[in-house]
Write a protein that binds this ligand. Structure first.
Ligand SMILES: *[C@@H]1O[C@H](CO)[C@@H](O)[C@H](O)[C@H]1NC(C)=O
Ligand SMILES: *[C@@H]1O[C@H](CO)[C@@H](O)[C@H](O)[C@H]1NC(C)=O
Ligand SMILES: *[C@@H]1O[C@H](CO)[C@@H](O)[C@H](O)[C@H]1NC(C)=O
Ligand SMILES: *[C@@H]1O[C@H](CO)[C@@H](O)[C@H](O)[C@H]1NC(C)=O
Length: 398
């Protein structure tokens, strides 16, 4: 009997203990929740306060005074040069024409490019998959560059790097050269409303984008901007896009994931919706591009007939050129002073001292020694024309 009673009592005691421990743990967790809620509210308060006390960095162009992001007298450029199947030779040529020891280069060859072509270029620059990725790599590995320039194998410079660096050393380093407009026109119906899926985001093989039957509305949370896919962006702005301490670059990126031809809108929309950057925009893409009239989907290939217009445009770059286009030889000899398969002479390596121009055995002691030529005058005309225009301030992001 006793045994049985004992056996009956034990479960009851156990139940009571269990009940007390349940109540206790409930109490404990309630207290913990209350503490954590109040802690998190104080921490948000703390963040708000910190936010107010140290306002976000402002990269406001101040009456066009030199606001150096790096203290070096001569800036450094970071180039991304992309190409696809069969572009290996053109890429190498563009790369040599653009080379300067102060600069950084990332080369992106499309997956479909033959392996030999990729191998030939693998020595110097890193292979990257897209513009932001390349910018991130150049950011992480490339040291202290000041501007990021996106080119393709069918682009070519019209000035030497000495010319370009010389002129860029005189302007504020927070300026962003990005051709843009909020007048999206036909693109509203053809680009902003359709929803596309790019299989390149999740498949190995390259295949065409496909359309989703539904259309979407034009965004109201931010304003869409569009423009040229070619640009020269400042380091502070690239940092803003990559770090994402403000949510805007990330949200806009997610929006553009389903947008046809997003390179013609992503950076434009981000920069013009970011109060601290919109005043740093210069509405030009630094390219000479010749569109047919009326414009077709791609610009027309440049040839010798376009030479004078190219030079007169004062632009530092032109596109697009066919492979081994004869006008490139004319540019080499008349504008760049470059011999076939050679580098462009400049302060860093002297034409006369080196007899072997294809492989200058230069020991560049001082890369900030520049020898600007006629090209510098041309870019100077273009850039000072843009940033000293009377309506320069009125023309940001309109
Ligand atoms: C950058 O370069 C690539 C390759 O030439 C091009 O397709 C793209 O539109 C460019 N622009 C941006 C913003 O990525
Ligand atoms: C940008 O410029 C406009 C017009 O000059 C000015 O009102 C605005 O305050 C500037 N923005 C910033 C962030 O300085
Ligand atoms: C120039 O240098 C390259 C690479 O070292 C070599 O192959 C070539 O024969 C040289 N040319 C002359 C003219 O010395
Ligand atoms: C490098 O060249 C620049 C321009 O000629 C000069 O101002 C600078 O002092 C030179 N630096 C060195 C370390 O020689």
């Amino acid at each position: 009997m006793d045994n049985i009673n004992n056996n009956k009592q034990q479960p009851q005691q156990k139940k009571q203990k269990w009940f007390f421990s349940l109540v206790f743990s409930l109490l404990l967790s309630t207290i913990l929740i209350i503490i954590s809620v109040s802690m998190s509210s104080t921490s948000t308060k703390f963040y708000n306060r910190a936010y107010v006390q140290t306002p976000r960095p402002r990269f406001v162009e101040q009456q066009l005074q030199v606001v150096s992001t790096s203290s070096e007298k001569i800036p450094r450029l970071a180039y991304l040069i992309s190409g696809s199947t069969g572009d290996g030779e053109s890429l190498k040529r563009t790369l040599k024409a653009l080379y300067h020891p102060r600069n950084q280069y990332a080369v992106h060859l499309d997956l479909e490019a033959p392996v030999e072509e990729r191998l030939e270029l693998a020595r110097g620059p890193t292979m990257v998959t897209n513009t932001l990725h390349a910018a991130a790599i150049l950011f992480k590995e490339g040291g202290d560059w000041d501007w990021f320039i996106n080119l393709s194998a069918s682009d070519y410079p019209l000035v030497t790097q000495d010319d370009l660096l010389h002129v860029l050393s005189t302007i504020p380093r927070n300026l962003n050269f990005i051709e843009h407009t909020s007048d999206i026109g036909w693109k509203e119906y053809q680009r902003a409303k359709p929803v596309i899926i790019d299989p390149g985001l999740y498949t190995v093989q390259k295949s065409d984008v496909f359309w989703v039957p539904e259309k979407r509305n034009v965004p109201t949370a931010y304003k869409l901007f569009t423009g040229s896919a070619w640009m020269m962006l400042s380091r502070p702005f690239i940092e803003f896009c990559l770090w994402g301490w403000d949510n805007l670059p990330r949200i806009v990126l997610m929006y553009y994931a389903n947008f046809l031809s997003s390179p013609e809108g992503y950076f434009h929309t981000v920069i013009c919706n970011a109060e601290e950057f919109r005043n740093t925009t210069v509405n030009h893409d630094l390219h000479f591009i010749s569109w047919d009239n009326p414009p077709k989907q791609h610009p027309h290939f440049l040839n010798v007939d376009d030479y004078q217009r190219m030079v007169d445009s004062n632009a530092p770059f032109a596109r697009k050129f066919g492979r081994n286009e004869p006008v490139l030889d004319k540019i080499d000899s008349e504008l760049l002073g470059r011999i076939a398969d050679g580098f462009v002479p400049g302060g860093w390596f002297n034409n006369k001292r080196n007899s072997n121009l294809t492989a200058p055995n230069h020991a560049v002691a001082n890369t900030s020694e520049l020898k600007p030529g006629a090209g510098a005058e041309r870019i100077k005309r273009l850039i000072t024309g843009l940033i000293s225009a009377e309506d320069f301030h009125a023309k940001h992001c309109i």
